[in-house]
Ligand binder design. Structure first.
Ligand code: NAD
Length: 253
């Protein structure tokens, strides 16, 4: 068996659920070590427990800089280095340009965009000290195009897309051996989209509406995104940096 993540330590923000949890599972399945970092302690500890000795839970609020510093320090103290970061913590909220409050705009952008900035900022020094690494930032198809009903979310995910390119180019220029790419999922069957699935859209259920957005005619599964993330965290993608990897059942095609 080829262990694609052997010798690699990966910190996963949002690791308690959905795409982050499946990525943590795949990292360990492939011979690596995964740190499940999340503000949801009960779910995060349960995922880390599945991973055995190669898993660790750390409490993380991605909007708080000291929380990132502590999470990275715990990771390197426990596992001896940092070679991968997945920024998957995120929140999705329906709002539009007329009704979105300043507080709501700030909350969504704090988690999705500022949280990704802080993750990259504090991972880079630890990865440098570990000989290099790979950062993967989860954006969205809504970081590539707009949607009338997801204003703050689109703004936050567009920021993740270009932040990623900045980190990639800076690290390449500095010869840090650190790559950074963004992943852009379509609608994925995780707790995040439960409210949208339960809504009604004209004469369609929310589920039917979302499924029809994808030419493949279904929602994505978190493991399908985790497979793409794993490729980017592994040494199979060593010539990819600053790029956008779309995983959307054809939605943006
Ligand atoms: P999810 O709700 O299953 O998981 C999100 C995780 O982020 C949760 O465990 C939650 O506790 C954590 N989180 C939220 N705020 C946090 C904070 N301040 N600090 C630490 N952790 C926090 O959702 P998911 O679908 O797995 O989402 C993962 C990423 O994928 C998100 O960035 C999301 O925006 C993105 N995404 C999801 C979809 C989709 O359809 N599900 C589509 C495109 C992009």
């Amino acid at each position: 068996m080829v262990e694609r993540m052997k010798g690699k330590v990966v910190l996963v923000s949002g690791g308690a659920s959905g795409i982050g949890a499946d990525t943590a599972r795949f990292v360990v399945r492939e011979g690596g070590k995964a740190v499940v970092a999340d503000r949801d302690e009960a779910k995060g500890r349960a995922v880390a427990a599945e991973l055995g000795a190669n898993g660790l839970f750390v409490t993380l609020d991605v909007t708080q800089e000291p929380s990132w510093q502590k999470a990275v320090a715990e990771t390197t103290a426990q596992f001896g280095g940092l070679h991968g970061l997945l920024n998957a913590a995120g929140v999705g909220v329906r709002n539009d340009i007329e009704t979105c409050t300043l507080a709501e705009f700030r909350r969504v952008n704090d988690v999705n965009s500022l949280g990704t900035f802080l993750g990259c900022k504090h991972a880079v020094p630890a990865m440098k000290a570990s000989g290099g690494g790979s950062i993967v930032n989860i954006s969205s198809v809504l970081g590539l195009r707009g949607a009338a009903y997801a204003m703050a979310y689109c703004a936050s995910k567009g920021a993740v897309r270009t932040l990623t390119k900045n980190v990639a180019l800076y690290c390449a220029f500095m010869k840090y051996n650190i790559r950074c790419n963004s992943v852009h999922p379509g609608y994925i069957d995780t707790p995040m989209i439960v409210p949208a699935l339960q809504a009604t859209m004209g004469n369609m259920t929310g589920k039917q509406f979302l499924e029809e957005l994808h030419p493949l005619g279904r929602l994505g599964q978190p493991k399908e995104v985790a497979d793409m993330v794993l490729f980017l965290l592994s040494d199979e993608s060593t010539f990819s940096t600053g790029s956008e990897f779309v995983c959307d059942g054809g939605l943006t095609a």
